[in-house]
Design a protein around this ligand. Structure first.
Ligand code: GDP
Ligand code: ZN
Length: 333
């Protein structure tokens, strides 16, 4: 027997097995094969955070349809294939976690890159500068970061002495969903544990252990906080690479993109064209050379990525029309 019109939210994904939150609790759900066989892009498969339509068939729940996503965080598929892989959907905040303990845990360039990924998701970026207890100049780094990620809220935290945790909690009110991105070792797991209720910490620890297990490395899940907010944790988030559109880059570099409006040519590359406003501000010292270099570098990287995407689409169209022709020939026979 079919019962349709059930709505739910995906709270866990492991390969093609899902757990969904429905009105009556958390249940296992499977993809309805006939609805997903014709999918062209990986990004169309359901992921954690997705709202879905379900049907109940002989006691099992099947995911029939993914409802339109409000926001989504993506990465490039592993390997050489240029394909978008959506890691989490319908998130409210992408929190970029960096560490104040020196070394590679904080750099302006990394902040620019991750801010671009965050803007591209459609969610609101947040910057968390963690391990404040290890840096006596935390407020100075924050001040500096404000010029690198203009218009983004920046929170200085320490899980060690509790600095900023209350401020962070304020963002995670009922129904709000956050993901943490950032290099390993900056304290994303520690922060997650700290934000979770005590009694849930145990579940989380088990899940953390699970994740290290060989066969369970691709489990993604949504963890509920005491406040009613959620954290989405996924191994995919640990290796987010640049996946963004030009617009996201312009959001990260509002200082440069606003100046670029005054360039003589609308397609100015800011590399020595006549009447380039960016070059002129650079010469006046109003844009730092490092930030200018980083802007150009990320722009080129994106252009490369977009060319590869376009190539892939063309190949797909070619394969598709070839297939259509073959089908026609078969029919004619
Ligand atoms: P992740 O890879 O980003 O998830 O980082 P972890 O949560 O595993 O943290 C890496 C290390 O940093 C662990 O040894 C933590 O105990 C430590 N750590 C995390 N947050 C803080 C902090 O605020 N202050 C200090 N001193 N250490 C921290
Ligand atoms: Zn220019």
């Amino acid at each position: 027997m079919y019962i349709s019109n059930l709505k739910g939210r995906i709270v866990e994904k492991q390969y093609s097995t899902y757990k969904v939150q429905i009105e009556t609790g958390i249940e296992k759900a499977y993809l309805k094969g006939t609805n997903f066989q014709t999918i062209q892009y990986k990004s169309e498969f359901p992921c954690v955070g997705d709202w879905v339509e379900l049907i109940e068939c002989d006691g099992t729940l099947q995911i029939a349809k993914v409802l339109e996503r409000r926001t989504q965080i993506s990465r490039q598929s592993a390997g050489n294939v240029t394909e978008e892989q959506v890691i989490a959907a319908n998130i409210d905040y992408v929190a970029i976690v960096l560490g104040l303990d020196g070394g590679r845990n904080y750099s302006d360039r990394l902040l620019e890159r991750l801010t671009t990924v965050a803007w591209n998701s459609g969610a609101t970026p947040l910057v968390i500068l963690n391990k404040a207890d290890l840096n006596s100049e935390a407020e100075y780094v924050k001040f500096q970061a404000e010029t690198i990620a203009p218009g983004v809220d920046i929170i200085v935290t320490s899980v060690e002495d509790g600095t900023g945790i209350a401020t962070l909690t304020n963002y995670l009110s009922k129904g709000k969903v956050v993901v943490f991105i950032g290099p390993s070792g900056v304290g994303k797991s520690t922060l997650t544990n700290c934000l979770l209720r005590k009694d849930q910490q145990k579940t989380n620890e088990i899940r953390q252990k699970d994740k290290r297990g060989r066969h369970t490395t691709s489990v993604s899940f949504m963890l509920e906080l005491e406040s009613g907010g959620y954290i989405i944790d996924s191994p995919g988030l640990r290796e987010v690479q640049l996946w963004a559109e030009d617009e996201a880059l312009d959001n990260t570099f509002t200082d440069i993109s606003e100046i670029a409006q005054y360039c003589k040519f609308t397609d100015c590359r800011h590399e020595g064209e006549p009447g380039c406003a960016v070059q002129s501000e650079l010469e006046k010292g109003n844009i730092s050379p490092e930030r200018y270099d980083s802007y150009l570098h990320l722009k080129k990287e994106l252009a490369f990525l977009n060319r590869r995407k376009a190539q892939k689409n063309r190949q797909y169209q070619k394969d598709f029309s070839k297939m259509v022709k073959q089908v026609k020939i078969l029919k004619e026979k």
